[in-house]
Write a protein that binds this ligand. Structure first.
Ligand code: ADP
Ligand code: ZN
Length: 307
């Protein structure tokens, strides 16, 4: 059986050979846009040589565009993909690399592995979730370097989390689905929530579309002084406290479009410390912004090639 190595061990193993690796491919597959890249891994660090962003359409077309782009650049021997989900990332599962029940038209049941077998034979596929890829990027080259326990939380169209515990990216039987946590409702909130499955789960109450629907305007157009943000911070603190209670991370990286709202980090930190009520130490100070910004996902996808 293959011995499992922590991220740090893998980094030092790959760092021992300082020779340049072959050209690798990377793909950040999002629900609305895709980022494809070529690059290398040098001493455990991803070096992106060229990248291209384009809209995500049907699975066949989106993947064919990436394959053609890599081919035009001389081809790649291995590809790392950070993908939206739900998707089976367990290599041992019979449906490895297949999308599960997703509302995204045409993607449910599509197998990345089958596509690669037909269109990019002899290319190794290394797959994880988009959020685990972003976390991997931040742990190797961004805000969480040197840590073994960290969470990358994205608050955007949905709420998702990449999780690293004791140096290993966490998957469980599928992958964490933190957006569907139950959270305590804010006393002033009677909004039903937007989750098609649960209504008022965490994502149902605190994703970008929830803010949009509750306050009748897109989150990025809600001014910083609006009471929406105190409520939003309260909800974010609820879910983050639950994640911290289970995983005890050293750092919580708060990413995604909604996290960019002016002053939101500080508000969440304040609510988190209030909710902790002196029981958990300094949770608010463990919140941080992504250091790699928009690049975290594609850098992480590149790094997946050596995992
Ligand atoms: P996705 O989750 O699809 O990758 P994003 O992470 O960009 O997309 O999140 C999109 C959401 O973020 C939208 O609801 C948008 O209104 C919101 N958003 C984007 N920028 C800001 C901002 N500066 N302040 C608050 N909300 C924002
Ligand atoms: Zn839900």
């Amino acid at each position: 059986m293959e011995k499992s190595h922590t991220l740090e061990e893998k980094k030092s193993r790959s760092g021992r050979s300082s020779r340049m690796s072959d050209a690798f491919g990377a793909l950040e597959l999002g629900g609305t846009k895709a980022v494809v890249a070529v690059g290398r891994i040098v001493a455990g660090q991803a070096v992106i040589e060229e990248e291209w962003r384009y809209p995500t359409t049907s699975p066949e077309q989106t993947l064919a565009q990436a394959a053609a782009w890599w081919r035009e650049r001389g081809g790649v021997t291995s590809v790392g993909i950070g993908s939206f989900g739900p998707i089976r990332v367990d290599r041992r599962a019979p449906d490895f690399s297949s999308f599960l029940r997703t509302p995204k038209q045409g993607w449910e049941g599509f197998s990345l592995g089958d596509f690669f077998a037909h269109h990019l034979p002899q290319t190794r596929l290394s797959l994880d979730t988009d959020v685990n890829a972003a976390l991997l990027g931040e742990m190797r080259q961004g805000a969480a370097q040197g840590l073994r326990d960290a969470i990358y939380l994205t608050i955007g169209t949905g709420i998702g989390a990449g999780v690293c515990a004791e140096g290993n990216l966490v998957h469980g039987t599928l992958h964490p689905e933190i957006g569907h946590l139950r959270v305590q409702r804010h006393p002033d909130d009677n909004f039903a929530g937007v989750c098609p499955f649960h209504g008022d789960c965490w994502e149902g109450l605190a994703s970008g579309p929830a803010i949009d629907k509750r306050w009748d305007r897109p989150a990025h157009l809600v001014e910083p002084e609006h009471p929406a943000w105190e409520m939003q911070a309260w909800y974010l603190a609820q879910g983050i406290l639950a994640a911290c209670a289970i995983l005890s991370p050293a750092m919580i990286i708060l990413g995604g479009g909604v996290s960019q709202a002016t002053g939101l980090h500080e508000k969440v930190a304040r609510h988190l410390d209030a909710l902790s009520a002196g029981y958990f130490e300094n949770l608010g100070s463990r919140l941080t912004a992504p250091q790699l910004g928009q690049q975290a996902g594609i850098i992480g996808a590149m790094l997946l090639n050596e995992i």
